[in-house]
Write a protein of this length. Structure first.
Length: 603
């Protein structure tokens, strides 16, 4: 049985190493159990020694009987020194001073036993008597008829140990640990029965030999079994929990060998658990995958901090996007003893996001086409104006050519006017084309002030049509890294929204203020109107997809503006003006930060 326990102990300790850190209940339980097993082994050795020395309770002389009882009492004292600590370990009830005092008393009894000529039990040399066991075997009568003072104190100390056991049992009951209470009660019951048995034997009520140590062993086995049951349950619960988590988890030692994996890991990487444990990722996973993960692990171990990353990897012919978190597990002194990896396959959600974004962009494109349609009348006017001016100038030029002599200065001026008008018409048409095109343009260094001016030129006619006074305050050299088409779209959307918000206001109060300023390394644009305004609790809602208060509105404009800003590492937000109307702000990081921009601006 002891050998079995020992084998179990080795197995459990290996297991304990594997699931280290996974549980604060499991590990102390495993250690307690290994302690119990080790102590059971110790008791077994002491017993075996006694039996061998005593010739199976068959002392041939009185000196041999005294020696036998001395060894036996030594074993008992050792048991009682450690027993209360076991109960404390098992139950978590630890009155330290009491436990130390009890151990000291038992230590003194042990010392007395080893130093007195007849041991701790006999006050004087006993007489050697025998009796026959029911099955005919003749054994030495081990009863103590003239106990020493140490023997009497030992009986009191046994009562103290028992009382502590009962107290700890009650504590477990109070804490609702019914199973533990039951085990403790059962084990103490067995132990107490043996003590009663011993007492009855000494009082000649029962004519049989001393057996309380075996009671103690029975109790150890009971505790051992209970702890094993609890640890098995904990392990199962832990396993179930890990397996149910919708992510892949693995725990590796510092040499990169898998110590634990969950079902999610096995499914995600399509490897059996048996083929993982004890092996490295290079032995079990595709090499590129192993290589990438090991770089992150190494970094996590070296820095002692968690590493989060996204990996796009192709394996089994399918591209996968993995979001990975690698973090080290630390001992109390801060040294790393293992590294834990959590992997989430986000391929599907990314595909959904991409589809949703595409859909939103298409929707917005239709919205843009619609809004450009709405301003087409004013646009036509804007384009016709320079065209008409060019025609007039060309006709005037022709007339001047008939003069003699030809006034070359006048003709040069006419050509300059034609060039200016052509450029103006060109700006409007280009701006329109840029805004209506659907393909992506690359990120470039962009002057935000210039971009604002271009959109405002495009909207010039619309602004006049709405009878709005526009004021600009644009700082120079606000260079940001951005996609020009998208920036124009954001500015256009915010400005058209502002114009629409003022449509129902009295004409004299319609004011639009557009500012672009440098602020803490960022360029901030504010578009302030004096329209119907936005209620405080709606300032966030207006950015939600499909939120609109306009009969013809789609409600995607601000939603897309926010996603454009996010993709530019910028921000967009709305504010209700204290007097009237609303202000929309957006900010973007300046190229080279505030200082570099400041220098350029002042140069
Ligand atoms: P749409 O213009 O199609 O309604 P948006 O996403 O551009 O879609 O705007 C959503 C809503 O936010 C608008 O319907 C309007 O109620 C509100 N809103 C946007 N800009 C302003 C503004 N400047 N003043 C008041 N309300 C605004």
């Amino acid at each position: 049985m002891l050998l079995g326990l020992f084998v179990k102990l080795i197995g459990l300790q290996t297991e304990a190493r594997r699931i280290h850190t996974m549980s604060t209940i499991l590990i102390p339980s495993l250690y307690a159990m290994s302690g119990v097993c080790a102590f059971a082994a110790l008791c077994g050795v002491v017993m075996a020694y006694i039996l061998v020395r005593a010739g199976a309770y068959q002392a041939p002389t009185v000196e041999a009987l005294v020696a036998l009882r001395k060894w036996e009492a030594t074993g008992v004292c050792l048991i009682y020194i450690l027993f209360p600590w076991f109960i404390a370990g098992f139950t978590g009830v630890r009155p330290r001073r009491f436990l130390i005092a009890l151990s000291v008393v038992w230590g003194l009894i042990l010392a007395t036993n080893l130093t007195l000529p007849y041991g701790a039990q006999f006050a004087e040399l006993p007489t050697l008597t025998y009796f026959d066991l029911p099955w005919g075997e003749r054994v030495v009568d081990l009863r103590v008829f003239h106990p020493s003072l140490a023997h009497k104190i030992a009986l009191l100390a046994i009562v103290a140990v028992m009382a502590f056991g009962v107290y700890a049992g009650f504590d477990q009951y109070r804490r609702g640990l019914k199973m533990r209470t039951l085990v403790l009660a059962w084990a103490l019951g067995i132990f107490f029965t043996f003590i009663l048995f011993n007492w009855a034997a000494n009082w000649r009520i029962i004519e049989f030999i001393h057996l309380s140590e075996f009671g103690f062993l029975a109790m150890l086995v009971m505790m051992d079994l209970e702890i094993m049951r609890e640890s098995r349950n904990d392990k199962r619960r832990m396993r179930d929990l890990l397996d149910q988590l919708p992510v892949a988890i693995c725990l590796k030692d510092l040499r990169g060998r898998f110590q634990l994996t969950n079902q999610g890991f096995e499914t995600l990487f399509q490897v059996e658990q048996e083929n993982l444990l004890g092996k490295t990722a290079f032995d079990t996973l595709p090499q590129e995958l192993a290589q990438r993960f090991s770089i992150d692990e190494k970094q996590a171990i070296e820095s002692g901090k968690g590493i989060e990353r996204e990996h796009v990897l192709e394996w089994n012919g399918v591209p996968h996007i993995h979001e990975t978190h690698q973090f080290p597990l630390l001992r109390p002194d801060g040294t790393v003893y293992a590294v834990c990896g959590v992997y989430v396959d986000i391929t599907e959600s990314r595909q959904k996001d991409a589809a949703l974004n595409k859909f939103r962009r298409q929707l917005w494109h239709s919205d843009r086409v619609a809004s450009t349609g709405a301003i087409s009348a004013s646009l036509a006017h804007e384009i016709c104006q320079p065209l008409a001016a060019m025609l007039n100038n060309a006709q005037a030029g022709l007339r001047f050519l008939n003069h003699d002599p030809v006034d070359l200065a006048e003709i040069r001026e006419i050509f300059q006017d034609i060039v200016r008008d052509d450029k103006r018409a060109g700006t409007i048409i280009n701006g329109l084309r840029a805004m209506l095109q659907q393909q992506e343009t690359p990120f470039t260094d962009l002057d935000l002030g210039q971009c604002l001016e271009e959109v405002l030129t495009l909207l010039h006619g619309e602004v006049i049509l709405h009878g709005v006074d526009v004021e600009h305050r644009l700082e120079a050299n606000l260079t940001v890294r951005a996609n020009k088409t998208q920036m124009q779209q954001v500015i256009l959307n915010l400005t058209i929204n502002a114009l629409e918000a003022m449509a129902d206001q009295p004409q004299e109060g319609r004011r639009l203020l557009i500012c672009a300023v440098r602020e803490e390394g960022k360029a901030q644009v504010s578009i302030r109107d004096s329209g119907i305004g936005i209620a405080q609790d709606m300032l966030e809602r207006v950015f939600e997809g499909f939120y609109t208060t306009k009969p013809q509105g789609l409600g995607v404009g601000l939603d897309v503006c926010r996603s454009i800003m996010e993709s530019h590492r910028g921000a967009i937000w709305a504010e209700a003006n204290p007097d009237r109307g609303a202000t929309f702000h957006f900010s973007l990081p300046l190229v080279g930060g505030d200082a570099a921009q400041g220098k350029t601006a002042s140069a």
